[in-house]
Design a protein around this ligand. Structure first.
Ligand code: HEC
Length: 133
């Protein structure tokens, strides 16, 4: 799975935890460290080593709920990650559609309907939920 953010995956720690999601057990924390922290920072506050010079800057991902009347915007977050909501090909954040390669888990997206969602994508979103302050 080196193709997920190949150039960004060099953090290399936690090898294996998020790379081959054979089970539904996927570590959102490890996926975040491998694919996202370089821009959004280890704790999600937008202060990763690659953040400087990006326009617009990477969002502070710990304020997603605060910016949405206290409700974590699960669907919008997953759309942003997999690239569904991409409007322009030159947005600073790469899309991670390759994370869609995973077993599907049923996720209640807020309307009581369970939508089959790739486990790695959902694990990432739940990790972001856990970072909210
Ligand atoms: C190359 C730098 C970079 C990487 C890597 C990156 N992002 Fe981003 N991200 C950005 C930038 C810049 C924005 C804001 C503008 C945009 O949409 O491109 C953003 C926006 C977001 C948003 C939208 C926040 C909001 O307020 O709507 C979410 C959610 C997000 N990123 C999550 C992630 C996750 C999860 C990963 C890892 C799978 C990731 N990002 C990897 C740069 C990055």
């Amino acid at each position: 799975m080196r193709r997920i953010g190949a150039g960004l995956a060099g953090l290399g720690m936690m090898a294996g935890a998020g790379c081959m999601p054979q089970q539904a057990e996927v570590s959102g924390r490890a996926l975040f460290a491998e694919n996202c922290a370089v821009c959004h920072g280890e704790t999600g506050r937008g202060d990763g080593p690659a953040a400087a010079g990006l326009t617009p800057p990477p969002n502070d991902l710990t304020l997603l709920a605060a910016g949405n009347q206290g409700v974590f915007p699960l669907v919008a977050v997953m759309s942003q990650i997999d690239g569904y909501t991409r409007t322009s090909p030159d947005e600073a954040m790469p899309d991670f559609g390759a994370l869609l390669d995973g077993p599907l888990v049923p996720v209640d997206t807020g309307d009581g309907v369970f939508t089959p969602t790739p486990a790695p994508l959902y694990a990432l979103a739940e990790h972001l939920r856990s970072l909210q302050r």
